[in-house]
Ligand binder design. Structure first.
Ligand code: ARG
Ligand code: MN
Ligand code: MN
Ligand code: MN
Length: 300
């Protein structure tokens, strides 16, 4: 909704993302920015959704790129952009790996339908277009014809929720979506929450995992440069723990990092936010707090 998240990826690149990933001994390829052209007269005639064609075109392009990256046997890191990016990345992931499950780490549930949303912001709706059980309630939007709902309610687990709209809460309960809000993190601790979420999504431990990480899941003190900060979020330790655990499964195939917005806040806010995002990303890709070394390391 607020302009600026399109600069998120460059802020992360300038913050040293590629070098950090290469430092983990990874073979990194930057595929560059995905084309996200805007359209004239981009509004819906009777729904309050903002820029549906823009989001549709971007989603289609993101889906194609994510599909190709995963098909080529690589692990995908998709940098946002606002969280509507997950429509394309999750759909693209499902084209390559139909059985994948989704861990959605966010202050928000992002499962408003165009009709339950009070903001009309599509970053608050991505999951609604992907969840099979919700399709009877989803209005046809221009450009969205290519999306085939690819998730069942049981394939999703939320972690970090603390700002959920009434319609979203109702949907979560009605569909039985597994949700670990900050209350559950407080009550059980992050270790229990991650264990329970993974056991629920995939008791056998065989399915590919999609992590969709909204930077606003972290406490605003750690991620101030974001559009919809909510107090009382995850610590960097909790965020990194989630990522370490998912990475350790060896099945983390695609990671979204959404809602880093360098046009919000001052320079210091930007730096804090970028560093938090980089920390989250590196812990998704083999970085461990106990330390790591590249393959074939020798004592010099
Ligand atoms: N629930 C609110 C809405 O529908 C806020 C969504 C925030 N989502 C995000 N990706 N920052 O507008
Ligand atoms: Mn946004
Ligand atoms: Mn959010
Ligand atoms: Mn989000």
């Amino acid at each position: 909704a607020k302009p600026g998240t399109e600069h998120g990826p460059d802020a992360l690149r300038e913050g040293g993302l590629i070098k950090k990933l290469m430092g983990l001994g990874l073979d990194v390829h930057d595929y560059g920015d995905v084309g996200t052209p805007s359209h004239e007269d981009d509004h819906h005639f009777d729904l309050p959704v903002k820029n549906p064609k823009h989001v549709a075109t971007a989603s289609e392009n993101i889906a194609a790129d994510v599909y190709n990256v995963i098909k080529s046997g690589r692990t995908c890191l998709a940098l946002g952009g606002d969280h509507s990016m997950a429509i394309g990345s999750i759909f693209g992931h499902s084209l390559a790996e139909p059985e994948h499950v989704v861990v959605w780490v966010d202050a928000h549930a992002d499962i408003n339908t165009p009709l339950t949303s009070s903001s009309g912001n599509m970053h608050g709706m991505p999951l609604s277009f992907l969840v099979k059980e919700l399709q009877p309630y989803i209005s046809k939007l221009p450009g969205f014809e290519f999306i085939k709902p690819c998730l069942s309610a049981k394939n999703i687990a939320y972690i970090g929720l603390r700002d959920v709209d009434p319609g979203e809460r109702y949907i979560i309960e009605k569909l039985g979506i597994q949700s670990f809000s900050m209350s559950e993190v407080d009550r059980h601790g992050i270790k229990d929450v991650v264990e329970k979420a993974m056991h629920y999504l995939d008791p056998e431990g065989v399915k590919p995992i999609h992590l969709s990480f909204d930077i606003d899941a972290l406490d605003p003190s750690l991620a101030p440069s974001t559009g919809t900060p909510v107090p009382g979020g995850l610590s960097i330790r909790e965020g990194n723990y989630i990522c370490e655990e998912l990475a350790a499964t060896g099945r983390l195939t695609c990671v979204d990092i959404a809602e880093v917005n360098p046009s919000l806040g001052n320079e210091r806010d930007n730096l804090i936010t970028v560093n938090s995002a980089l920390s989250i990303i590196t812990h998704c890709f083999g970085g461990r707090r106990q330390g790591t070394y590249p393959k074939n390391y020798q004592i010099p």
